[in-house]
Design a protein around this ligand. Structure first.
Ligand code: R5P
Length: 367
């Protein structure tokens, strides 16, 4: 069925044409809602049977949400997400999901990347809050207009936290963007699970509990199964904790490099003797963006005799031709699906599930 959003005219640049556009859309929404009313009422009736605990997702994290639901043995429900021609987002909790959202605590899986993900996440949290509070009033008078408030029970799981690298103020007047996004999200949920956050300290003072979870155990298992590394390298000091965790899991040697970033595309590593002659090495980082960090580290490893070099990370951003650049330097690239990417080979579900379990315990909610 065609969606109301599809009926919007393309907005012009003048305020007048934009107003006309919104008027046309409002009309389209009213007409189509009349058309779908019966179907919706049926769905509300069907949903009263109750669905148990649910994992929800919008447009950007469906796969991770399914993996999380699988790990928790919960149901996964997809929220309706659309985009108007002028690029604004539209979200809706389908009628058949409303009872599930109200009957038990829910986990919404959503990325704050790219920027549209921030707005979509906030809109979904807003709608979930309304439904749990019982604010159901709607112009078409579909279903009950108000219900009881079912209380707290909203967790947000963020596989890839966009803006995570903007976690410090380098010059006066700069926004600490990661913290700003964290506070916005915290205002609409009861707890947040963040998956391999670049620098967890930036979210430590939020007014809701935050579970920092990591896919490094699964990443270690995957590397051991497929690559059997002799040596794990952290390409900078920031990744030492994560990479050394992988080395410990695999029980192999570990070292790190000291990196200076000149600009977004230029990386310099301090020379260091690494004992990698004849060895298979895996470079482990939280994210790969341009690939510059990995390519420079791989060069240093090859120069010191490494026979095979692999790159592994939680977040495969792979911006601006990164994959093409990387395959000239490394023998394999391995990532989770925190972001949709062509090297998604490690499930993030178990890591998110550990975060959900941790928050249920801290909030004293029953599973
Ligand atoms: C930075 O500290 C991060 O941990 C990554 O090393 C970095 O963001 C990777 O970026 P790129 O792939 O562009 O070098």
């Amino acid at each position: 069925m065609e969606h109301p959003a599809d009926n919007r005219e393309v907005a012009g640049s003048s305020p007048a044409s934009r107003t006309q556009c919104h008027a046309a859309v409002d009309f389209a929404i009213v007409s189509l809602d009349l058309f779908t009313r019966k179907e919706d009422e049926g769905a509300v009736l069907r949903s009263t049977q109750g669905n148990g605990m649910v994992v929800l997702s919008g447009s950007n994290s469906r796969l991770l949400a399914e993996q999380l639901a699988h790990s928790l043995n919960w149901e996964h429900h997809q929220l309706e997400t659309r985009r108007f021609p002028d690029s604004e987002g539209y979200i809706r909790i389908p009628s058949e999901t409303i009872e599930a959202v109200r009957s038990e605590p829910v986990v919404l899986v959503s990325n704050t990347f790219p920027d549209a993900g921030i707005v979509e996440t906030l809109l979904m949290l807003e709608a979930i809050n309304d439904v749990r509070k019982g604010n159901m009033e709607n112009l078409r008078e579909i279903g009950p207009q108000s219900m009881t408030d079912v209380g707290p029970g909203i967790l947000l799981a963020v596989p890839y936290f966009g803006y995570s690298r903007q976690d410090k103020r380098f010059k006066p007047g700069e926004a600490v963007s990661a913290r700003a996004i964290g506070h916005l999200l915290a205002s609409r949920c009861d707890g947040i699970i963040v998956f391999d956050l670049h620098a967890p300290s930036v979210l430590q003072d939020l007014p809701v509990p935050v579970a920092f979870t990591s896919a490094m155990p699964e990443l270690a298992h995957h590397l051991q199964e497929t690559v059997k590394p002799d040596f794990i390298l952290s390409p900078d000091k920031g990744a030492i904790e994560r990479a050394s965790m992988v080395a410990k899991e695999i029980d192999c040697e570990f070292s790190y490099l000291e990196k200076t970033r000149i600009d977004a595309h230029t990386i310099v590593h301090k020379a260091k003797n690494l004992n990698v002659d004849g060895k298979t090495v895996a470079i482990v980082d939280d994210m790969i963006a341009t690939g510059g960090t990995i390519c420079r580290a791989a060069e240093a490893l090859r120069n010191q005799g490494a026979v095979a070099v692999h790159a592994a990370c939680s977040h495969g951003l792979f911006t601006g031709g990164a994959i093409a650049r990387l395959i000239r330097y490394v023998d394999g690239v391995h990532a989770t699906g925190s972001l949709s990417n062509p090297r998604d080979v490690i499930s993030g579900g178990p890591a998110l599930a550990r975060g959900v379990n941790e928050l249920f315990e801290r909030l004293e909610w029953k599973l």
